[in-house]
Design a binder for this molecule. Structure first.
Ligand code: SF4
Ligand code: SF4
Length: 81
């Protein structure tokens, strides 16, 4: 079966992130994991390791206290399910 879904891109501004892990904890599909490298502020930033699980709910962007997460939804893409 082929269905259409939003093409979603996740951007994290590493320089803004303070490593609070809220986005990791509140992303229900578990898209993020903690990076193993420190950013310029000395924090471990999250990385979107399972992009295919992202539903585009925008929660991570809305709850990030540093406004470090940006979700971009582009044109619809076809996905085989
Ligand atoms: S919620 Fe924002 S500041 Fe906290 S870990 Fe995620 S990206 Fe970094
Ligand atoms: S948009 Fe929703 S599903 Fe996607 S990474 Fe953010 S919280 Fe997780």
């Amino acid at each position: 079966m082929i269905r259409e879904k939003d093409k979603i891109e996740i951007y994290i501004d590493e320089g803004l992130c303070k490593g609070c892990d809220i986005c990791i904890e509140l992303c229900r599909p578990g898209v993020f994991v903690k990076s193993e490298k420190l950013n310029s502020r000395g924090y471990y930033v999250p990385v979107p390791a399972s992009m295919n699980k992202c539903t585009g709910c925008m929660i991570c962007e809305l709850i990030c206290p540093e406004l470090a997460v940006i979700i971009k939804k582009n044109e619809l893409v076809k996905e085989v399910v």
